[in-house]
Design a protein around this ligand. Structure first.
Ligand code: NDP
Length: 248
């Protein structure tokens, strides 16, 4: 493939963890990729360099997805530099765990604004581009916490449950334009986010997973790749768990 005939994907939060794995997987799948990060340019540059080695044109941009205007700028820069957008992975997310009785407003707001508003902002900004595409796709990232809830995560679970309702609504809305919208709900995946868990909590969670191990970012990226590709051409509006059986 030459420059310009590769499809273009946008990944939010691509500098680390699941987003990083998605960027690299999509680059290997033949996409040019734009991705954003919030605070770690050196990590983003390393991911961009790796994706370029896989043959992709890459745009790595500092963007706070909780701010609508910044998500819009990411989309317009992507279109200007890489071309029309065919796929969006709304991945950027944060945790600020705290029992409800002690939850601070800024802990609630940061999680809801980043996870839920951030998903809305990037999807709204890219919607027109996707609708013009003949087979646009969106993959949102929820969590098992958004389906089943989790102690100390009322803010996070609310944001992730919101993403599920958002995904299903947008799938109904955009289906007639050929745009498919699906949601991935990971269980415990080894990333910086789960490194924040205490060793005791980590062991307890692993005991509850039938496969007796956390998942890897690459395993989630494999599912994202499937949902973006024509291999899933008749799947839309679905929430796909990837949790080693945790939710059984
Ligand atoms: P990480 O903490 O490893 O990475 C988070 C990424 O999001 C980083 O690239 C970070 O950028 C970026 N980011 C954070 N805030 C913003 C923001 N406001 N605007 C733009 N980018 C931002 O997370 P994971 O890879 O573990 O998680 C990825 C997604 O998967 C999240 O939505 C998370 O909720 C979800 N998930 C994760 C699970 C897990 O076990 N790991 C389980 C279930 C769901 P920077 O590097 O600059 O900080």
């Amino acid at each position: 493939m030459t420059d310009g005939d590769r499809p273009v994907a946008v990944v939010t939060g691509g500098s680390r963890g699941i987003g990083r794995a998605a960027v690299l997987r999509l680059a290997a799948d033949g996409f040019d990729v734009a991705f954003c990060y919030l605070s770690r340019p050196e990590r983003a540059e390393a991911v961009a360099a790796e994706a370029r080695r896989a043959g992709a044109r890459v745009l790595a941009r500092k963007t706070d997805v909780s701010v609508a205007g910044q998500a819009e700028e990411l989309v317009s820069e992507t279109e200007a530099e890489l071309g029309p957008i065919g796929a969006v992975v709304a991945n950027a997310g944060v945790v600020r765990d705290r029992p409800l009785a002690g939850m601070a407003d800024d802990e609630w707001d940061t999680v809801l604004r980043t996870n839920l508003d951030g998903t809305y902002h990037i999807c709204r900004a890219a919607a027109r581009s996707l609708m013009r595409h003949d087979s646009g796709t969106i993959v949102t990232i929820s969590s098992v916490a958004g389906i089943y809830g989790n102690v100390g995560q009322s803010n996070y679970a609310a944001s992730k449950a919101g993403i599920i309702g958002f995904t299903k609504s947008v799938a109904k809305e955009l289906g007639r334009f050929g745009v498919r919208v699906n949601c991935v709900a990971p269980g415990m995946i080894t990333t910086d986010m789960t490194d924040e868990l205490s060793e005791e909590k980590r062991k307890e969670q692993i005991r509850r997973i039938p496969l007796r191990r956390p998942g890897t970012p690459d395993e989630v990226a494999e599912l994202v790749s499937f949902l973006i590709s024509r291999r899933s051409a008749y799947i839309t509006g679905q929430v796909l768990g990837i949790d080693g059986g945790f939710s059984l």
